[in-house]
Design a protein around this ligand. Structure first.
Ligand SMILES: Nc1ncnc2c1ncn2[C@@H]1O[C@H](COP(=O)(O)OP(=O)(O)OP(=O)(O)O)[C@@H](O)[C@H]1O
Ligand SMILES: Cc1ncc(C[n+]2csc(CCOP(=O)(O)O)c2C)c(N)n1
Ligand SMILES: [Mg+2]
Length: 320
């Protein structure tokens, strides 16, 4: 059997089954959450890594500064989803023969994003590769109430920061086959090419009644399912509460893109979380649903089917 039959989740399961775990040292291990949580002496640390490749994440139109920014932002987002404080990153770059200026722009983008969130790049690796690949790793400090995927209980509220579907519209229309007004196109691509990790929001949620969280990089519905599965509870989403930019929504409709598909494309680095305190959520967040006992994900009480973004789906692009 090959990876496109196993699927991404099946492949991760295969990896994690093969790895050893020491429960004294590893509080959350591979496959369990956005970050690993490890214990060193008396201190806990968050530890994660996330990789971007030219074929999957970095279209030719994306300036090198944005490539660097995004490589760091997607890692910061995993710290944000646990409610933590980012500390240090490494960046490993595989690259073809780019120019000195392109390398400088890439590095400036990485530096700018990490400094904006009070973290530093402290090392990495460089090698020749036929297409650009960047993998950053990050360590961070958890807050007292670390936000895990499995912390949700019935009778809590589901909320999401910012808006969803904006980056998804850009990812969906990148082929240029769809028609978008220039203003909408700019907005969508800004979101896809310069994601904003929700570090401050994650910390706020962890201190104000948050019970579980995940970032929605692989799609809102898919991420809701992951929270539901990890916490063994059900979730109902009220579709009228999902925060989608009205211009993004109307452009999607005009291009016959289903709104439920739009919010499940992924690429929006927002935090989806459950909370006991619906009146103490970040300013930019919206309550979009409620948790319940029966383990299922519904929208307006109708069961949904979602796979989110799967790297090994045969229809996804291969290296070019
Ligand atoms: N090669 C691997 N070795 C060990 N663990 C892995 C590997 N790939 C993924 N995992 C683990 O599987 C889980 C899910 O990985 P995934 O890359 O989908 O992370 P994510 O946070 O869900 O998504 P994203 O990459 O969009 O941030 C994480 O706990 C991750 O550490
Ligand atoms: C330019 C461009 N085209 C398409 C996409 C779509 N896409 C690729 S991977 C991914 C999920 C998150 O990635 P991962 O699971 O690797 O962290 C998404 C939504 C994109 N983000 N950018
Ligand atoms: Mg993640």
């Amino acid at each position: 059997m090959r990876l496109n039959n196993l699927g991404e989740i099946g492949a991760i399961k295969k990896i994690t089954q093969t790895l050893d775990i020491d429960s004294q040292k590893i509080i959350r291990g591979p496959g369990e959450d956005d970050c690993a949580v490890v214990r060193t002496n008396n201190e806990k640390l968050l530890f994660a890594s996330d990789m971007l490749t030219r074929t999957r994440h970095l279209p030719k139109e994306m300036p090198y500064h944005n490539i660097g920014w995004t490589a760091v932002a997607v890692n910061l987002s995993d710290i944000a989803a646990m409610g933590g404080h980012p500390l240090f990153l490494t960046s490993s770059i595989g690259t073809p023969n780019i120019t000195k200026e392109q390398l400088t722009q890439l590095t400036k983008g990485m530096n700018e994003c990490s400094r904006k969130h009070d973290s530093y790049i402290v090392g990495g690796d460089l090698c020749q590769h036929r297409e650009i690949v960047i993998n950053c790793s990050i360590i961070g400090k958890p807050t007292k109430n670390t936000l895990y995927r499995d912390g949700a209980n019935p009778q809590e509220y589901l909320a999401v920061t910012g808006q969803v579907g904006t980056a998804g519209l850009a990812a969906k229309t990148i082929t240029g086959k769809h028609k978008l007004p220039e203003k909408v196109r700019k907005k969508a691509f800004k979101q896809l090419f310069k994601p904003n990790p929700r570090i401050k929001e994650g910390q706020y949620i962890s201190k104000n009644g948050g019970t579980s969280a995940i970032d929605v990089s692989d799609g809102l519905l898919h991420s809701t399912k992951q929270l539901s599965n990890a916490s063994k509870i059900g979730i109902n989403i009220d579709s009228s509460k999902i925060p989608i930019d009205p211009e993004i929504k109307s452009s999607a409709k005009k291009n016959n893109i289903d709104i439920m598909e739009l919010i499940d494309i992924g690429g929006d680095y927002e935090i989806l979380f459950t909370t006991k305190k619906p009146n103490k959520i970040p300013e930019n967040a919206s309550i979009i649903g409620k948790t319940k006992e029966k383990q299922e994900v519904t929208i307006d009480h109708q069961k949904i089917d979602t796979t989110g973004y799967d790297h090994f789906k045969p229809e996804n692009p291969k290296e070019n």
